[in-house]
Design a protein around this ligand. Structure first.
Ligand code: SF4
Length: 326
C-alpha cells in the first residue's frame, strides 16, 4: 500500500529557476527508501517540500499524496496536523531545529500537547519516557537541560524522540548523522534503525553514505540536477546500477569504505555539481559522464519496468552507440 506519493514535484526559486524538477517517488507502508546524490542534487529540498517547510521565496508545484489526501491542496492547519502526527522529519543539524531557549523535555512534550492533547504533567512524563527510549542517559535530568548543554549526538537523539513522539507513519531523515562525530554516527544510525522497526513506520533516508543505504534501505532513489535519475531495489542498484551517476556514487562510496589507496587520494566523481541554473541542457549529468554522446543533449525520460527505472540513453548494461565525445 502506497503511503506517501510525490507526483511531478517542482520547486522553483524566484525567477522560475527549477531546483527540483518533476520529481515523482512513492513510499510504501513500512518501506525504507534511501534518497541518494551529492549535495545540490535536490534531496533536502524534496523532503522540505513534502513537509511544507520550504522557505517563503521558494514555490512548490505538483502533488504530495498522503494516502488519498493531496497535501498541496490541504489547508495549512491540516498540514500542521499531519506534520508530526503522520509525517515527521529529523533534520541534519539538530541545533538549528531545536529551540535553544526551551528545555528539551518541554520541547518533546510540546509535540504531544499539540498533537495528542496531553496535559502538562502527562506530556512531561511521556517526554522523559521518550528520552529514555532514544537511550539518553538519565532521561529525567536530560529533560531539564537546554540543547546547548547536550552533545551533538544527544541533540540528535532528542530530535528522534520528537520525530517518533506521535507514532508517525513515515519519518523523513535528512542526513541525520552528517553533523556528528564519526564515533557516534553508527550508534545514532543503529538507534534510528531500531526505532523505525519498533514504530513500524516508513523511512525516507536522505544520505550520501551508500553503505548505510545498503544496510538500512529496501529501495533507492538517485537524484541529480533536481531530478530522479534512477530508482530501484537497493540490492540491485547497489550491486549493478544502470545510471552512470549511481555507478559513480557507488565507486566513490566503496573507495571510502575500504582501505584508502596507497597514494592517499580517494577517487571522486569527475567534475563537480554545477550551481543551480548551470546544469547542461538535456541530461543534467552530461558534462561529467564518460558515456555521453550527442543523443544526451536531449533529456532522457525515466523509463523502466515498474520496479527499476533509469533516466539515461545509454544505461550501463547497454552498449553505447556512436562515438563518445570524451
Ligand atoms: S543520458 Fe548520456 S550523459 Fe546522461 S547519464 Fe546517460 S549516457 Fe551519461
Amino acid at each position: 500500500m502506497t503511503l506517501l506519493s510525490v507526483r511531478d514535484l517542482t520547486v522553483s526559486a524566484p525567477g522560475g529557476l527549477a531546483l527540483v524538477d518533476g520529481v515523482s517517488l512513492d513510499i510504501e507502508k513500512g518501506e525504507r527508501v534511501g534518497l541518494i546524490g551529492e549535495s545540490g542534487s535536490g534531496k533536502s529540498l524534496t523532503a522540505l517540500a513534502v513537509m511544507g517547510l520550504l522557505g517563503e521565496e521558494l514555490k512548490a508545484t505538483g502533488h504530495v499524496f498522503f494516502g488519498n489526501e493531496d497535501l498541496f491542496a490541504a489547508s495549512e492547519r491540516r498540514r500542521c496536523q499531519l506534520r508530526g502526527d503522520a509525517i515527521s522529519m529529523i533534520f541534519q543539524e539538530p541545533m538549528m531545529a531545536l529551540n535553544p531557549t526551551m528545555r528539551v523535555g518541554k520541547q518533546v512534550g510540546e509535540t504531544l500537547r499539540i498533537h495528542r492533547g496531553l496535559g502538562r504533567r502527562a506530556a512531561a512524563r511521556a517526554a522523559v519516557d521518550l528520552l529514555g527510549r532514544v537511550e539518553l542517559p538519565d532521561p529525567q535530568r536530560c529533560a531539564m537541560m537546554y540543547p546547548h548543554e547536550l552533545s551533538g549526538g544527544q541533540r540528535q537523539r532528542v530530535m528522534m524522540a520528537i520525530a517518533i513522539s506521535c507514532d508517525p507513519d513515515v519519518v523523513l531523515a535528512d542526513e541525520p548523522t552528517t553533523a556528528l562525530d564519526v564515533t557516534v554516527q553508527r550508534r545514532v544510525l543503529e538507534l534510528l534503525d531500531r526505532l523505525v522497526a519498533e514504530e513500524h513506520c516508513a523511512l525516507l533516508l536522505i544520505t550520501h553514505d551508500l553503505a548505510v543505504v545498503s544496510e538500512m534501505c529496501d529501495r533507492v532513489v538517485t537524484m541529480y540536477g533536481g531530478r530522479v535519475v534512477e530508482v530501484g531495489p537497493a540490492a540491485r542498484m547497489l550491486t549493478s546500477p544502470a545510471h552512470p551517476y549511481t555507478e559513480a556514487l557507488l565507486e566513490t562510496s566503496l573507495a571510502v569504505s575500504v582501505d584508502a589507496p596507497s597514494d592517499g587520494v580517494l577517487p571522486a566523481i569527475a567534475g563537480s555539481v554545477p550551481a543551480a541554473g548551470a546544469f547542461p541542457t538535456g541530461c543534467p549529468f552530461r558534462d561529467r559522464c564518460p558515456r555521453r554522446t550527442e543523443a544526451c543533449e536531449v533529456t532522457p525520460p525515466l523509463a523502466g519496468d515498474g520496479t527499476h527505472a533509469v533516466a539515461c540513453w545509454w544505461p550501463i548494461a547497454q552498449p553505447v552507440a556512436g562515438t563518445s565525445t570524451r
